[in-house]
Design a protein around this ligand. Structure first.
Ligand code: SF4
Length: 719
């Protein structure tokens, strides 16, 4: 039997290793889907250090999604009310290049925007940066990571002087206390949670604290579940900090030698005594005391968070509040301890490394730093001043750019903003106004395709070779193992071809993804995300590897050990090498509940769902797991409104409405309701969570507060 292809699950940021074998294996019956199509055999890779052979339902069923509903040929239309017609690549690319030239001439290059995705491989991200930020000279490249983890990026940068989660998955099995806030890890990062759960079950002294307004599967496994009111995360963190300070449970030597700003932080947390915090958070004071006690009595505390913290109008301040508590207790740079953000998408981390947000440049550089721009201009052989010093448009700013007419061309790739953006009706209206939209995707139909003038078919995972970095900074090679359908091309090849047609032949003289990655890693040398010692060949031969991993002469095992955790030398990337405490007071929700809209709506993922269902919606088993959307309502609220389980409820916010069958459950906090977020118009009628959400964002990270808005509930029978 042939050796399996070792690769990475392309769903979430856990980054589980997979092994793939062809549909026909001697001596084994061919597995087929219900249409009779033979399926590739996929199993967990026991040698992958991140996942150790485990996979969740998404990874296990991925083979079913590879052939269904594929976009096979380029298609075009002149207006959105016309049907698409099949065209050649030559016609499509000519149209795109002509349009770029026209918009650049008539409106300026900043009227072109590209919105892409953490589904990209690093090679796709890198070439897109070179095209947009380097050759075209606009920083209008943003990714859906803006909606997912840009607050973590900003928080790390402000506290440590550089982005990058300091921890690794081994820490899950070496901690004394796991503090999970704003993350339903059991459903959204299942293999991370499995690793911790195994360890937790075996070690009765190890504590699990879960902070979430819902009693999720994660919370159900906790030693302490703090069901705080939505938007009170900073209050909680400062309440814990207040108690630790009162009890003298500080690491004074660490604070003194390795941090700045503690005295000012002490002044802030003075205003967060436990009685006040308990009321604001809606928990008992004893619960707060228990949380602080668990924290203070643990030698090693590992905090993990994801969207529940990041998707907030004070997301960066929340991230920094978590980091502050780690700094005051010296809980960083050692096994089992540290602040650890869990990324949502498979290669959101790679996107950060390649500069895939509108304020970043490859290699953890910034567009506002003249030295960084000059380095890139020289490296890319572009004239001085080619890269703009202005941060580009963020995801939501591209939507408002369409509204005002300032954006003359939108290029969307591997993402579905017609479902995932906040205030979705406003988003759709803006997309309808777009003078020219290119949409690069592997599936058809999707909700976003309705707003495109040009559709470009792309290869997906399994049909192209590239790398992805998971939440623990581990880079895995994902080799091509099957042939793409129709005329699909990889994202980086499309960008490179457009670049060459615009006259940048030497900048895009690549034949293989390995060459693209080789160029990118040179740009990471001596940067915090140094992976200059990696290549496709190295990763193929040696397996998935964490960065930093430089090309400098050093025994490999030493590099591997050093890469496990950041800041083990307690030197941070700030000018004086010290980490910074933040001193920001809590503000609470951007749209708190009131008499007219008395409930807080919070949104989230279900175990089997992913990425607006563009892939998971095509997998029979997952569709059967979740046949319908729903809304969770606490029994006390349901009783007052006369609602029983399965009754239809209309949910209204200041922006729109949606309807869901009720699920009356004590799993949700009173006055809060929960709706899963992955049902777009393609999969259910009038059940879009983002019909209700607002766009108000964190001023630092520009990440919208998708996790909370004020709503009213009306039983449909009463309308
Ligand atoms: Fe894939 Fe994430 Fe599931 Fe792992 S946990 S198998 S990466 S979806």
């Amino acid at each position: 039997m042939a050796d399996p292809t070792k690769t990475l699950c392309p769903y979430c940021g856990v980054g589980c290793g997979l092994e793939v074998l062809p549909p026909a294996i001697p001596g084994k019956a061919v597995n087929r889907d219900k249409d009779g199509t033979p399926l590739w055999n996929v199993r967990g890779d026991r040698t992958h250090p991140s996942s150790q052979g485990m996979v969740c339902v998404k990874g296990a069923t991925i083979a079913e999604s590879l052939h269904k509903d594929r976009l096979r040929f380029p298609m075009m239309r002149d207006a959105l009310d016309q049907p698409f017609r099949r065209v050649t690549w030559e016609e499509a690319l000519t149209k795109i290049v002509d349009r770029i030239r026209l918009v650049k001439f008539t409106q300026g290059v900043d009227a072109i925007g590209m919105y892409a995705s953490g589904q990209f491989q690093t090679e796709d991200y890198y070439i897109a940066q070179k095209l947009m930020k380097g050759c075209l000279g606009t920083n209008n490249f943003d990714a859906n990571s803006r909606l997912c983890m840009s607050s973590a990026v900003a928080g790390y940068l402000q506290s440590f002087g550089a982005d990058g989660p300091p921890c690794c998955y081994e820490d899950l099995e070496q901690t004394d206390c796991a503090f999970l806030i704003g993350t339903n890890t059991a459903e959204c990062h299942p293999i991370v949670f499995n690793r911790f759960r195994r360890y937790h079950k075996k070690n009765s002294d190890v504590k699990l604290i879960v902070v979430d307004p819902r009693c999720t599967e994660t919370a159900a496994a906790a030693d302490l579940h703090l069901a705080i009111n939505p938007g009170t995360d900073i209050d909680l963190m400062y309440g814990i900090a207040h108690l630790l300070l009162r009890w003298g449970d500080l690491d004074k030597a660490f604070i003194e030698s390795h941090t700045n700003g503690f005295e000012e932080f002490k002044e802030v947390i003075r205003h967060y005594p436990p009685d006040v915090v308990a009321i604001r958070c809606g928990i008992a004071e004893t619960e707060l005391l228990t949380a602080a006690h668990y924290w203070s009595s643990a030698k090693r505390v590992l905090s993990m968070w994801s969207m529940g913290v990041n998707q907030s109008s004070e997301g960066t301040a929340k991230v920094r509040a978590i980091i502050n508590v780690h700094l005051m207790t010296g809980q960083i740079g050692k096994p089992g301890a540290g602040p650890f953000s869990l990324t949502g998408q498979p290669n959101a981390m790679g996107g950060r490394e390649a500069g895939g947000l509108s304020h970043l440049l490859p290699g953890y550089r910034s567009v506002t730093n003249p030295g960084h721009r000059a380095e890139l201009e020289t490296f890319w052989q572009l004239p001085t001043g080619s890269i703009s010093s202005n941060p580009g448009l963020t995801a939501w700013e591209m939507i408002t750019g369409l509204e005002t007419g300032n954006l003359g061309m939108l290029w969307v790739a591997a993402t579905n903003p017609a479902v995932s953006m906040p205030d979705i009706e406003r988003t759709k209206a803006a997309l309808r106004q777009s003078p020219f939209t290119v949409y690069q995707e592997c599936y058809y139909p999707t909700e976003m395709a309705d707003y495109a003038h040009v559709l470009l078919p792309t290869t997906q995972w399994s049909e192209k070779t590239g790398v992805m970095t998971n939440s623990e900074r581990r880079v895995t090679l994902c080799p091509q193992f099957r042939v793409a359908p129709g005329e699909a091309r990889s994202d980086w090849e499309i960008f490179a071809e457009v670049g060459r047609r615009l006259g940048y032949r030497k900048q895009f003289a690549f034949n293989y993804a390995a060459e693209v990655y080789a160029e990118f890693v040179r740009l990471t040398r001596d940067r915090p995300c140094d992976q200059s010692g990696l290549s496709h060949t190295y990763l193929r031969e040696m397996g998935a590897t964490q960065w930093p991993f430089s090309s400098k002469a050093e025994p490999t095992q030493q590099k591997v050990e050093k890469a496990k955790r950041l800041y083990t030398d307690l030197k941070f990337h700030t000018p004086d090498g010290k980490a910074r405490f933040s001193q920001v007071y809590s503000r609470g929700l951007a749209e708190p509940p009131d008499d007219n809209y008395p409930f807080v709506l919070t949104t989230g993922r279900l175990y089997g769902h992913w990425h607006t269902q563009s892939r998971t919606g095509r997998i029979e088993k997952i569709r059967q797991m979740y046949p319908n959307p729903f809304i969770e309502i606490h029994p006390r609220d349901a009783e007052k409104l006369g609602i029983q389980s399965d009754d239809w409820v209309e949910v209204r916010s200041r922006r729109g409405t949606a309807r869901f069958p009720a699920k009356v459950t004590k799993a949700i906090t009173p006055k809060t309701v929960f709706v899963p977020m992955h049902w777009g118009a393609l999969w259910a009628e009038n059940a879009e969570a983002n019909a209700l959400t607002h766009e108000i964002a964190c001023p630092d990270s520009k990440q919208p507060e998708l996790k909370a808005c004020a709503v009213q509930l009306i039983p449909v029978k009463a309308i």
